[in-house]
Design a protein around this ligand. Structure first.
Ligand SMILES: Nc1ncnc2c1ncn2[C@@H]1O[C@H](COP(=O)(O)OP(=O)(O)OP(=O)(O)O)[C@@H](O)[C@H]1O
Ligand SMILES: [Mg+2]
Length: 378
């Protein structure tokens, strides 16, 4: 533990001592993987999917016995790009495992290995491949799987934002990947994603290649008592304090939604002096400085939103969780126009991730944005 480190991490890898709870989920995930199953992790955005995967990969049981690979495919839009990003991730994460394995990978990647460079400093091939070099993605994909199959340890490959492949223009990518995954017996897979609808179609509908091919882990908010205890402990370890009532209030403000709780705690922690306890004033000050810091970003979003979308967005922000948004009562109360215009507006707001839906209720996707709207726009 470094004295000047903020224990409430909001970006990058989280050290185990700063990782809150997820005991059951991580135990289940490791058990499934070690039993040879594939896993699909679903949750809302920013709830902790990526953090959970990395936490499990760092555990001795996994780190000592498996080669692990992690790839985020959110930005990919076609098979060629998927293969490029996967190949690159596998290469970069193989290098730390040593020269022998790296050379084995380069040899396996026959379709592109003429394009590897050589790094004189490390004596290793360097990854000089460009996206356009993947001219036969199906071959290269097969070679990556072949390498994983031949590795001298079992492998785990985590593909984050996996729903993305359902958006590719090529129609056969799911079947192609599923075919490889079914054949390989030296590698387990973790699929993660936040687009419930798309992931649901991929894994829960009979007839789709990935139907029932992975065990499900749903990630909800960390339990309140666990999170409050974690907050108190991390403040206490640094000679600071956070009263239980305030810790509970922070949890409740965001319904325990991990990123938002962590982000606010990070700010509060740095605004609390050693020897002090944070108080209500520190909470409000810290919250304001986060939302004010995003001011121009939020205004920019609003500048790209039509009046009708904006009115609906503000109405949803005002309610926190808005239900029956096309009802006469909701429309009248928030002075919106017609049910059909609300329907059109909500579709656009959801497409842009500005609003999220759960159980037919809607809220502003970015919870800080919701608070900013309440503070300044209504
Ligand atoms: N168990 C945890 N303890 C402490 N912080 C956590 C924990 N899980 C996640 N976080 C923090 O919460 C934030 C969101 O986590 P993460 O990026 O893992 O979520 P995600 O579900 O993958 O989000 P996205 O849908 O945006 O990919 C990050 O800032 C991360 O540092
Ligand atoms: Mg993620």
């Amino acid at each position: 533990m470094k004295e000047d480190e903020n224990p409430f991490v909001v970006s990058g890898r989280i050290k185990p001592e700063y990782f809150c709870d997820r005991e059951q989920e991580s135990a289940r995930m490791m058990k499934l993987l070690c039993n040879g199953n594939n896993v699909v992790i679903r949750s809302e955005r920013r709830m902790g999917k990526t953090g959970l995967i990395q936490y499990c990969f760092d555990q001795r049981q996994i780190a000592d016995n498996y080669y692990t690979f992690f790839v985020d495919i959110l930005h990919t839009t076609c098979l060629q790009e998927l293969v490029y990003v996967l190949g690159r991730a596998v290469y970069e994460q193989t290098v730390p495992y040593g020269k022998k394995l790296t050379q084995r990978l380069v040899q396996a990647l026959k379709s592109v290995n003429g394009r590897f460079g050589f790094d004189a400093a490390t004596g290793l091939p360097s990854f000089n491949i460009a996206l356009g070099d993947i001219d036969h993605p199906e071959f290269t994909l097969e070679e990556i799987f072949h390498y994983l199959q031949q590795a001298d340890r079992p492998c785990i490959v985590a593909i984050d934002e996996f729903q993305q492949i359902a958006k590719y223009p090529e129609k056969n990518v799911e079947a192609l990947l599923r075919g490889h995954i079914q054949k390989i017996d030296n590698c387990r897979f973790v699929f993660a994603g936040s687009e419930r609808h798309l992931l649901g179609m991929m894994f829960d509908s009979a007839g789709r290649p990935f139907y029932k091919s992975a065990d499900n882990i749903s990630l909800d908010a960390i339990a309140r008592d666990k999170y409050v205890a974690f907050m108190k402990e991390k403040f206490h370890e640094r000679g600071k304090a956070i009263p239980t009532a305030i810790a509970s209030e922070i949890y409740a403000m965001f319904e325990g939604h991990t990123y938002y709780v962590q982000r606010l705690l990070n700010e509060i922690f740095s605004n609390t002096a050693v020897g002090d306890a944070c108080d209500e004033e520190t909470v409000q000050y810290s919250l304001r400085s986060i939302i004010d810091g995003n001011d121009s970003f939020y205004r920019e979003i609003l500048s790209r939103t039509t009046l009708r979308q904006k009115s609906l967005l503000y109405a949803i922000a005002a309610d926190g969780w808005a239900s029956q948004i096309t009802s006469a009562a909701f429309i009248k109360h928030h002075r919106l126009s017609t049910a059909s215009s609300v329907q059109a507006a909500i579709k656009k707001l959801q497409e842009q991730d500005l609003v999220v839906e759960a159980d037919r209720k809607y809220r502003v996707g970015d919870r800080f944005f919701g608070l900013w709207i309440k503070q300044y726009m209504i």
